[in-house]
Design a protein around this ligand. Structure first.
Ligand code: G6P
Length: 372
């Protein structure tokens, strides 16, 4: 009913709007400004976490994209090798697991069969499993050694939005916690990440306030057949997530690519007027990546692409090559997905609506897939 949707036309719109609160609730009481993590709820002893030699993340769909981003944070901050794998592929390839492997299973519903089977396999091999889950008492946390709950609140729309942002937050918390129990000395970079995490809900809110041009753009693209997405570093999973949302909701051909792969194939797809959404990393920090993606944008534009550029506010180097510029707040590189994903959700939702699709219940999809 309309009341359930809090005055919004669709659950998805309501859930997109709830993201600042979902993010804030997931951080609440778990980290202070000095960077002390309080995750006592994660019932894996510090002595075990100190011995972890490898982290393996398993998940499906949108949660898998959160896991891809988590890999960048975990390896960069803790120096523990980390791989992220589609849960449905995991157990069938005889993965290498032992008592020193920490498996992180990410699932909004806690009922996804592929993810459940992957974690069962991991535990049989002696690995410890930590679930990141949004649903209290669901099967995945019940079968795990420990759980860190995301506090997104119930997510009804099939396409995941607020759960995704809170999965990212939970992954950052787990990465920092691993660092803390292992005695990592926080350098300036991590300290600034911790400070910025406390600002992130406000920044997500700022993004939401500036979405009207994105909706307008989405409506103007309603008759297109294809939209491509490019990103690099943590912007690559964001590009994949943008493409997934568009497939799920708008039933359009949408593909995400790592921008560095452009020259190895995808550039052949660029033709006159094809919309390409590019997620641009901050010009500060890893500026090499920024410069490389700017030249990617020039390359595709020279071949006729219509460039839709998501870039940090004040990024003047990229602006001249953007047919449409979507500005997002300044964040540390690793946190950028929390703000960069939001315009892509709004874009997909609006495009789907413009095409007359049922946004909350896309055809052929289920909110949680309880079969393998
Ligand atoms: C289904 C949903 C997706 C979701 C995926 C994983 O495919 O349609 O939105 O990302 O399952 O779900 P989970 O509950 O495990 O996060």
């Amino acid at each position: 009913s309309a009341a359930e949707k809090g005055g919004y036309d669709y659950f998805m719109l309501k859930e997109i709007a709830e993201q600042p609160k979902a993010v804030a609730d997931t951080l609440l009481g778990r980290i202070d400004l000095a960077g002390n993590l309080c995750l006592d709820e994660v019932r894996i002893p510090a002595s075990v976490l100190r011995e972890v030699s490898k982290v393996v993340i398993v998940a499906c769909g949108t949660a898998y994209h959160a896991g891809m981003i988590a890999k960048y944070a975990i390896e960069h901050w803790t120096r523990i090798p980390c791989e992220t794998e589609l849960a449905s592929e995991f157990r069938y390839r005889d993965p290498i697991l032992d008592q020193r492997t920490l498996v992180i299973a990410i699932s909004q519903s806690g009922e996804t069969m592929d993810t459940l089977m992957a974690l069962r396999h991991a535990r049989e091999q002696g690995a410890k499993v930590l679930a990141i889950c949004n649903t209290n008492g669901s099967t995945i946390p019940r079968e795990s050694d420990a759980v860190l709950y995301t506090h997104a609140g119930p997510e009804v729309a099939v396409a995941s939005t607020k759960a995704f942002l809170t999965q990212l937050v939970a992954c950052y918390l787990v990465a920092l916690y691993l660092g803390q129990v292992r005695g990592t000395k926080w350098g300036d970079e991590i300290l600034s990440v911790i400070r910025e995490l406390s600002e992130i809900a406000t920044q997500v809110d700022e993004v939401l306030e500036t979405m009207e041009p994105v909706r307008e753009l989405a409506r103007s693209l309603a008759s297109k057949n294809t939209v491509l997405f490019l990103g690099r570093h943590v912007g690559f999973p964001v590009a994949l997530e943008g493409a997934l949302k568009l497939k799920e909701l708008a039933y359009m051909h949408a593909e995400g690519f790592a921008a560095g792969e452009l020259k190895h194939g995808p550039i052949a797809l660029i033709e006159q007027d094809v919309p390409v959404v590019v997620v641009v990393p901050s010009p500060r920090g890893r500026s090499v990546l920024h410069d490389k993606i700017v030249s990617n944008i020039q390359e595709i534009r020279a071949r006729g692409a219509r460039t839709i550029v998501i870039a940090e506010r004040g990024d003047e180097a990229v602006a001249p090559y953007a047919d449409h510029l979507i500005e997002i707040p300044v964040t540390p590189t690793l946190l950028q997905p929390l703000v960069a994903t939001v315009p892509l959700q709004v874009f997909a939702c609006e495009l789907a609506t413009a095409r007359g699709n049922e946004v909350d219940q896309p055809r052929n999809l289920a909110k949680s897939v309880t079969v393998e």
